[in-house]
Design a protein around this ligand. Structure first.
Ligand code: F6P
Length: 296
């Protein structure tokens, strides 16, 4: 493929997501297939600022397609949010001869890359890698499927205890301001209610539903709560409900970071691999967004 670009930098940034390694592998091997040099930038934007950059080869990304986390490490960089930070980062890219970038990350990563591109005109593509599934322009982000499966697996396990002990569980899942993990794991896990930031029942409606179950001899219940819930998190909801009702023995489980780790599902590996190939090919073809910016 004809392209002036000969050196590409790749990095992972923000919260790690299962499938980031699979995306990285595809990016590296596609770049090599097109006879381009490919450099890994460690720790996301932090490594760009400190100049922690290493040359990658096809073997650098062997045996990682099935691994969670990211071998390039990740970070949330405060310094990159400043103009000075981005200037340092761009100087390091220039020092290493890096002419184009592929990022793998979520909304913060997209925002940072967009800024760098606006300020320095470097061609850049971002692969949506986040468990939150909150990136416009794609139905699924890399990591979302695995994280949701992990949440469903955990909910199934909690259900065993809920049933054995006649308990009501409020289970909090991740997703920042997005309810995708919650709504999907709630439906798949048979929750009596799912509280999501985008739209949810009122507290009164939720409590009426739980009380109604109690009155009709429902002995156990699961409520899935997205961490971004506007009604309050799982701890708060459990407290409010216990102040109002004595129907259930109430417990709270916050699934937290266990949703970010683990072996990516086949779906995430395939999605990541396709996006990795498309990212490099898009860069080399010089694809642009419709509004005239480089493809992201
Ligand atoms: O964006 C992924 C995510 O796991 C969100 O769901 C969560 O709100 C946040 O990151 C947690 O971030 P950290 O690991 O930095 O605490």
């Amino acid at each position: 493929m004809e392209s002036k670009i000969s050196k590409i930098g790749v990095f992972t940034s923000g919260g790690d997501a299962p499938g980031m390694n699979a995306a990285l592998r595809a990016v590296v091997r596609t770049a090599i297939y097109y006879k381009k040099d490919i450099y890994g930038i460690m720790h996301g934007y932090e490594g760009m600022i400190s100049g922690d950059i290493v040359k990658l080869g096809a073997r650098s990304v062997g045996n990682i397609i099935q691994r969670g986390g990211t071998i390039l490490k990740s970070a949330r960089s405060k310094e990159f949010r400043t103009k000075e930070g981005r200037e340092k980062a761009f100087i390091n890219l220039q020092k290493n001869g890096i002419e184009a970038l592929v990022a793998i990350g979520g909304d913060g990563t997209f925002t940072g890359l967009h800024k760098l591109q606006e300020e320095y005109g470097i061609p850049a593509v971002c692969i949506p890698g986040t468990i939150d599934n909150d990136i416009a322009g794609t139905d699924f982000t890399v990591g979302f499927d695995t994280a949701t499966n992990t949440a469903v697996d955990a909910i199934d396990k909690i259900r065993d205890t809920a049933i054995s002990h006649n308990r009501l569980f409020f289970i909090e899942v991740m997703g920042r301001n997005s309810g995708y993990i919650a709504i999907n794991s709630g439906i798949a896990g048979g929750a009596v209610a799912t509280i999501i930031p985008e739209e949810s029942m009122t507290l009164d409606e939720l409590f009426a539903k739980l009380e109604e179950g109690g009155k009709t001899n429902k002995k156990s219940s699961l409520v899935v709560v997205a961490e971004g819930s506007k009604l309050g998190g799982a701890i708060e909801l459990a407290k409010k409900f216990s102040e109002r009702s004595s129907y259930f023995d109430i417990k709270v489980t916050i699934l937290g970071h266990l949703q970010r780790g683990g072996t990516p599902t086949y779906f995430d590996r395939v999605l990541a691999s396709k996006m990795g190939v498309a990212a490099v090919e898009g860069l080399l073809k010089g694809e642009k967004r419709r509004d005239g910016g480089n493809s992201q």
